[in-house]
Design a protein around this ligand. Structure first.
Ligand code: G6P
Length: 370
């Protein structure tokens, strides 16, 4: 088993470090030299994407957070109405979907019972089903009309890491592909996104090289009872995923929240003991100033701010007790880089708390029963 860890202390840390390679692999497979995305294995033509009415994304756990991110990208780029739901909720709804709704199931294992039940329901209604999945031959793959493989390789750590960033990457590729077929994206904008996409593996590598600084922050804050993760728009799902990672492996209560909702509840929790991890990297976005305002409110209540910022950032940085700086990228793509910092933060908090990181208590890698 130690040999398979390739010198890393856990599978989870090894898998965190595999992320640049996994993403590069996906880009090599689906991007041609001219920067055009080809998803040749999908069984649908241009006409299919043009006549589509809606997209419904279903998933559980970490894959659900990837689906939330996917929704924002698809909505932004393709002009389609997109919704994301938890598979365990979706399967008991009476969703208004029909033959021109593409249902996308996101699943690392391809065996999650609720996700499988959701696609069975969707196919009965007559919806085409695309799965974004990591395991060839899995039940969800076998029962889908089309598959976009995440090709992240075997993921052993129960807390998902490389499968998540691979799912995010798959959504970026799919959104750009569908947008091109639907003539919804300007070639210049598409080229700009592709260029930024190609730089993501190096940006993640940069974050990994600074893991000791992230470790020091995790060690400083690891003994609190709780922590709050805030993010907005593209990084709202990142905040949820960061909090989930922390809960899963460090057993410390953590809550992910949409930053704009802080005033509707979580603000009551803020005191001098509460670490608030705030994602402030969307520097070109209209929400940046609003997130900085959130930080000011946390600061005024003596909350302990850990800010995730873009290198060179000044506004958010001034308010933070601790800083994690990541390389600049386009706002839309920043979640793929940011989440790696949050994976490491959770990882080192768990290590400081002495938990069984690869096999956290009560959790299963794949939940095949309801
Ligand atoms: C379990 C795992 C999570 C995973 C979720 C969905 O809860 O512990 O890491 O995100 O199932 O699994 P799937 O295989 O469908 O992505």
């Amino acid at each position: 088993e130690d040999a398979e860890k390739a010198g890393f202390e856990t599978f989870m840390l090894k898998e965190i470090h595999e992320q640049p390679r996994v993403i590069r692999g996906l880009l090599d497979r689906h991007l041609d030299a001219a920067g055009r995305i080809e998803l040749a294995d999908l069984p649908w033509d241009r006409e299919f994407f043009r006549t589509l009415d809606r997209i419904m994304i279903v998933a559980c756990g970490t894959a659900y957070h990837a689906g939330m991110y996917g929704r924002l990208l698809l909505e932004n780029l393709t002009g389609l109405a997109v919704e994301t739901d938890l598979a365990s909720e979706f399967r008991y709804r009476n969703p208004k979907i029909s033959g021109d709704t593409l249902v996308i199931a996101v699943s690392q294992s391809g065996e999650t019972a609720d996700t499988l039940a959701s696609i069975r329901m969707a196919r009965e209604i007559g919806c085409p089903v695309l799965s974004i999945c990591n395991v060839p031959g899995s039940s969800i793959v076998r029962e889908s009309d089309g598959v976009l493989f995440t090709d992240a390789g075997l993921e052993i750590g129960v807390a998902s890491t490389k499968a998540y960033t691979a799912q995010q990457t798959a959504f970026i590729l799919l959104a750009l592909y569908a947008a091109r077929l639907r003539d919804e994206v300007e070639p210049e904008r598409s080229a700009e996104l592709v260029e930024a996409l190609r730089r993501i593996p190096d940006a993640i590598h940069y974050v990994l090289e600074r893991q000791d600084a992230i470790r020091a922050i995790a060690e400083k804050h690891h003994d609190g009872a709780s922590s709050l993760y805030l993010g907005r728009k593209f990084n709202y799902p990142t905040a949820l995923e960061g909090a989930l990672k922390n809960k899963e492996i460090s057993y410390q209560h953590a809550e992910g929240y949409a930053a704009g909702e802080m005033k509707h509840g979580p603000i009551a929790l803020i005191n001098e003991y509460l670490p608030v991890i705030c994602i402030c990297t969307q520097t070109r976005d209209e929400v940046y100033d609003k997130v900085v305002s959130n930080l000011k409110e946390v600061e005024a209540r003596n909350g302990r701010i850990i800010a995730l910022v873009t290198e060179g950032d000044e506004n958010a940085s001034r308010l933070a007790e601790d800083l994690i700086a990541v390389p600049p990228t386009l706002d839309e793509l920043s979640p793929v880089i940011n989440v790696v910092a949050l994976q490491l933060l959770a990882y080192y908090a768990a290590q400081a708390r002495g938990t069984d990181i690869d096999k956290p208590r009560n959790l299963a890698k794949s939940v095949t029963v309801e």
